[in-house]
Design a protein around this ligand. Sequence first.
Ligand code: DAH
Length: 338
Amino acid sequence: MTLPNIVNLRKEFDSDLKNSNNSSSVEALRIKYLGRNGVISSLMESMKDLPNEEKPAFGKTVNDLKNYFTVNYDAALKKANSKNKSSPPPDFDHTLPGVELPLGRKHPLTIVWEEMLDIFTRMGFEVARGPEVETEYYNFSALNFPDNHPARDMQDTLYITDNTMLRTHTSPVQIRTMLSTTPPVRVIVPGRVYRNEAISARSYCVFNQIEGLYIDKGVSLADLKGTLISFAKQLLGSSVKTRFRASYFPFTEPSAEMDVSCIICDGKGCRVCKYTGWVELLGSGMVDPNVLRNVGYDPEVYSGFAWGLGIERTTMMKYGIKDIRFFYDGDLRILEQF
Ligand code: DAH
């Protein structure tokens, strides 16, 4: 490489520079002249073949050339970048309102489930889950439903085989949790359950429940009432009234259903509460000693309570929704109201 070539290179650079008026051509300029395999690099590389006495002058010339390239490249880059920030067209009206982008929303069942989760986790409960396809044992037998007992007909079961079914409630997860845990047990169980019911405004073949289970030494009916009344007041407001009615479930003894004063009419009577002023919120009871024995817990040492509620029913009551099918239609006119 001799000095005249360097002069030519400068000319070539100048003409390339003239044509570099956007960011990609400026980048091509950098690669060609200043890149790792560019002009400057190969000039530096060629220096090693020169006789020693020519090296200083050559080196200085190449350095000057490099500075020239760099300064001009930097300026071209700046120019290209500022061009990139496109300015609005001259007739752009800054006072026009923007375009509103549609925002997704949480499903009402998710909203209510998250509220319930929040209330119970603050009390110390953890979330447990179980399979939706269950065996006869977990769904019925271990929960103290006697063979051929009419209680099995209370729940219109969708059988898969003689012995397996879609779970009719979340209660089997009580059994699964107790079998895999040593007390104390404090769990809530959300999940889908299935029943072979005629579909109507009040019933659907699939819906969601939340089960709760608390087992420890010395747990009493007072703990059950305290926990569930506190839950109802946090969920529906502190002025809500509660009442317990004796009931029957095979897996609890005694059993009770908890009603709350209708929050739509404030207990005065309306369509939602069928003019009674009360709405059933959940089923509950003290865990039957037979159930404790089935999972290997000693009922002389441990006691506990359980409850179960339907998330759809509760959400319908909370928001005054009249038809359970709304939850599954995916109709945005309804879902966008939440
Ligand atoms: N599993 C019951 C049902 O689906 C609801 C229920 C009642 C659950 C009482 C419980 C309970 O844990 O103690 O109808």
